[in-house]
Design a protein around this ligand. Structure first.
Ligand code: AMP
Length: 432
């Protein structure tokens, strides 16, 4: 007998069931089936879950169901999110799942003028999605009141703390009514997160899904040892393969993201970059073009890409390895979402060797090494000082010298049988 739980088993009201049908979702994800029944009963929740697990619907659906269908246009639900992109995405989820209900919501975030946001608030909304800084600003200007909040969600609490929002959040919390339902989500747990959760939640249920290793397992991961100056050439070779249809590339710095997007555009690969120095409009436009396929490649920094919801990313490429190993998991988790196939390529130069060591320690596995035209034994074997990033002033010292590919390794191409990577790339079974 098939015991799969379906959305129709969760006692959701017809307007929500209709919206789910329209989205094409019939089976709840684990976080949804584990939390929705208790949330419908009004319980508080602490959810340990990453983006990509379906956690947004896990809170949006029960909140929409519990908000009585009266529409006085006073804010009853507040969702706090760390980034503008995530806030916008949560807003879109309220639109999608709430399509057949009459609630109004608005999204407020910093970095743009407040005029339109204030106007939307003045017209009256039932649901507010906000980043902490802008919310506090508008509260201080008395543009909104949180006196009627019945449902409060703190999303990506760990990222909030990383980004230094803790004091803003504490100030916001003091203005919320005591009697409310609170939902708290974080990708990771630490003592600080736990302390914050304790101050907010009353007898919460605990739900934990997709421990990091499981998320990583669903992504095919490959490693390319390479010298820094050859990275762009390797990237071009990879991107010219047809099955790389929608590619998210990560760099460590904004400058590098810009430079790379420019380089790709010059080489006739449609691309754009998103990072903190770009205006909100430019970022939205880039994401839109990426989603609708007008550009094939989006180059992003970790913070900018955090929480953006883009389906069908065929490949994530770590052009530079992250210095925090956890970011590797967040990055590659952007592909292979909702059961789809996904592949992550990581470039590792000698001075990133230690980053790689930390990543492999965290994910508890060795990433499979690819043999390729630009393979660098130096990168592979780097230890000690050579395995660390150079002190600041030496960065880019060698970048003037164009790397010449090794003719012997070039010959290897024709022996490759690995169809997925065309004739150029094959798995290496060298001992590491
Ligand atoms: P989230 O973790 O909330 O960012 O959601 C990740 C992605 O999964 C989003 O694109 C959702 O629209 C999608 N999603 C959410 N719930 C389901 C479901 N039950 N079945 C299939 N896809 C879903």
């Amino acid at each position: 007998m098939d015991n799969t739980l379906l959305f129709k088993d969760l006692n959701l009201i017809p307007p929500l069931e209709r919206a789910l049908t329209k989205q094409g979702y019939t089976i709840p994800t684990p976080i949804q089936s584990k939390s929705i029944p208790d949330l419908l009963l009004g319980k508080d929740l602490i959810g340990i879950a990453q983006t990509g697990t379906g956690k947004t619907a896990a809170f949006v659906l029960p909140i929409l169901q519990r908000m009585t269908e009266k529409y006085p246009r006073i804010i009853k639900t507040l969702v706090l999110a760390p980034t503008r992109e995530l806030a916008a995405q949560i807003g879109e989820s309220f639109s999608a799942y709430g399509e057949f209900l009459k609630f109004k919501h608005t999204v407020i975030f910093g970095g743009v003028s407040q005029g339109k946001q204030v106007h939307a608030l003045a017209r009256g909304v039932d649901i507010l999605v906000a980043t902490p800084g802008r919310l506090l600003d508008l509260m201080n200007q008395r543009k909104l009141s949180l006196n009627n909040i019945e449902f409060f969600v703190l999303d990506e609490a760990d990222r909030m703390l990383d980004m230094g929002f803790i004091n803003d959040i504490k100030k916001i919390i003091t203005r919320l009514p005591q009697k409310r339902q609170t939902l708290f989500f974080s990708a990771t747990m630490s003592r600080e997160i736990n302390n914050l959760a304790k101050t907010l939640l009353k007898n919460p249920i605990h739900v934990e899904v997709a421990p990091q290793a499981t998320t990583v397992e669903s992504v095919k991961q490959y490693l390319f040892f390479i010298d820094q100056p050859s990275k762009e050439d390797l990237l071009l070779e990879l991107l010219r393969q047809k099955h790389l249809t929608r590619v998210l590339i990560f760099t460590r710095t904004k400058h590098r993201a810009n430079k790379l997007a420019l380089f790709l555009s010059k080489n006739n690969i449609f691309s754009d970059a998103i990072h903190g120095n770009k205006s909100q409009n430019a970022r939205n436009q880039a994401i839109k073009n990426f989603k609708n396929g007008r550009i094939k490649v989006l180059v992003a920094t970790d913070i900018a890409a955090r929480g953006i919801d883009i389906d069908n990313i065929s490949h994530v490429i770590n052009f530079e390895l992250p210095n925090e190993p956890e970011s590797y998991i967040h990055r590659i988790g952007r592909t292979a979402r909702a059961g789809a196939d996904g592949t992550a390529f990581s470039f590792c130069a000698a001075d990133e060797r230690n980053y790689l060591r930390d990543i492999e320690k965290l994910i508890r596995q060795k990433i499979e090494v690819m043999d390729h035209t630009f393979h660098s034994e130096t990168a592979k074997n780097a230890v000690g000082a050579a395995a660390k990033p150079p002190p600041k002033k030496q960065v880019g010292r060698n970048s003037r010298f164009k790397h010449k590919s090794n003719p012997i390794s070039k010959n290897k191409r024709s022996f490759s049988k690995h169809a997925k990577f065309g004739s150029r790339f094959k798995h290496s079974h060298r001992r590491r």
